[in-house]
Write a protein that binds this ligand. Structure first.
Ligand code: FCB
Length: 445
């Protein structure tokens, strides 16, 4: 039994659910969509753990009505989804693919007709491959391309869409995609990573300015993946290591946007970024966001390892922390979301929104039902910790579950099921899990 109710969050608290284009849409080559870096990456040998790809995914492209009906039926008033850049601008820039605009118009209009508020993310990692061929996020040309894309989208949809998220989790695609080669586009090395970070920072602020110009009454945010970091012990070397990890996972992607500069002092390897900063950039990377989306899945315990290049630290594997684990090996640690919200609450940010939180578990369909007790408990506990932070004065305006339905979970393919709705990837049948039913009850008027 939970000890709180929806009312404790207040009437103006936004409850919602999140998906992203490549993870659900499918229709990878339909109606003029160009190729994205995930189309290419997922077909390169054994990149994806179960050998799958997003070619069909959840077939949201054809089933969006049914899926939005489900959102509505779960009493969720807000639906966050992303636009596929290659569906709108197949060549990255230039000619607009009207069929792509038409598709998102239909999705948006259907949401509005059902009384579900759309929240658009401009970029959730499916970069047009043609831009990656020119260096992608490592090449400064990306800034102008992104501004053009933001301009096309905000002109096309801004009359009806008022909630915008510029970029989803720069940490994930810059670190995993350009430093460790683990996500698309599969590049390695600090010399790819550092410029990718700076150009992503620039694009968040520049993209936000474009939206503001075209949609003056927009509610504009951007989202950061963030994890509370604690040191392995009180030993000063571990405390210093935790500080460096905190820079890399959290601070680097938020502080420059707030006009605080890159936290180079606390992570000297970041000095390399200065090479990419042009004279007006310190001004250009600032933007007065209406909200910052906080996305949290786990927290981190860091320890000092001088031999590790650049960062001199490592993160303790989750299975060594003596905490319960999710199906993809992440820890379950509800207090982590409270701690990171408190940390972000110290920044001069107008409002925080939890734009993603959720978990993968081994779900089974039994007699047409999915009793995902662990996910129900996960959500109840994490939401309870969000309330705790809110009650202690952190200005939190909403909570969005990741995810509406099981979908293509990047590197893990279809193995990691994060949905509150089960997807049968063969038949595309949806089954509302117990977690979805709990959300529905919890949000009942
Ligand atoms: C986040 C991503 C989202 C999903 C969840 C599990 O980092 O934004 O697309 O993969 O993790």
């Amino acid at each position: 039994m939970i000890k709180y109710s929806k009312q404790d969050f207040g009437d103006d608290f936004d409850w919602g659910v999140t998906i992203s284009s490549y993870q659900v849409e499918g229709a990878h080559d339909l109606h003029g969509r160009g190729m994205s870096i995930w189309d290419k990456f997922s077909h390169q040998g054994k990149r994806i753990e179960d050998g799958s790809d997003g070619t069909i995914a959840c077939d949201f492209y054809h089933r969006y009505e049914e899926d939005i009906d489900i959102v509505k039926s779960l009493n969720l008033k807000n639906f966050r989804f992303s636009l596929a850049w290659p569906r709108i601008l197949p060549n990255g820039t230039g000619a607009v693919n009207q069929a792509g605009i038409d598709f998102y118009n239909k999705v948006i209009d259907y949401c509005l007709a059902k009384g579900v508020t759309p929240w658009l993310t401009l970029y959730h990692w499916d970069l047009p491959q043609v831009l990656e061929d020119k260096g992608g996020w490592t090449n400064r040309m990306i800034v102008n391309c992104f501004k053009e894309y933001a301009d096309v989208c905000s002109r096309a949809f801004g009359d009806r869409v008022k909630n915008w998220i510029v970029i989803n989790e720069p940490f994930t695609y810059t670190a995993l995609g350009y430093l460790f080669g683990y996500y698309a586009p599969g590049k390695f090395g600090i010399n790819n990573y550092i410029p990718a970070v700076h150009h992503s920072t620039l694009c968040q602020a520049e993209g936000a300015r474009v939206i503001r110009r075209n949609v003056p009454d927009a509610n504009i945010g951007t989202s950061v993946g963030c994890s509370h970091v604690s040191p392995a012990s009180d030993a000063p070397r571990h405390v210093a290591a935790a500080k460096r990890i905190d820079v890399m996972f959290n601070r680097i992607h938020i502080e420059p946007l707030l006009g605080m500069d890159y936290p180079i002092r606390d992570l000297p390897a970041l000095e390399r970024i200065e090479k990419y900063i042009q004279p007006y950039d310190p001004e250009l990377i600032k933007f007065d966001f209406d909200f910052i989306g906080v996305q949290n899945y786990y927290s981190l315990v860091a320890y000092d390892v001088p031999l590790v290049p650049y960062i001199g630290a490592l993160i303790k594997p989750f299975h060594k922390l003596n905490r319960p684990l999710t199906a993809n090996g992440w820890e379950v640690y509800p207090e982590g979301i409270y701690k990171i919200l408190k940390q972000f609450g110290e920044y001069p940010i107008k409002k925080l929104m939890v734009t993603e939180n959720g978990a993968a578990f081994y779900d089974k369909v039994q007699n047409g039902k999915v009793h995902d007790k662990k996910r129900v408990e996960f959500l109840q506990k994490y939401i309870g910790q969000v309330l705790r932070a809110k009650n202690e004065g952190v200005n939190i305006g909403g909570y969005f579950v990741w995810s509406l339905m099981d979908n293509f979970e990047w590197k893990a393919g279809f193995k990691s099921r994060f949905g509150i709705v089960h997807t049968d990837f063969k038949t595309q049948r949806r089954i509302i899990k117990d977690s979805g039913r709990w959300i529905r009850e919890f949000l009942e008027e």
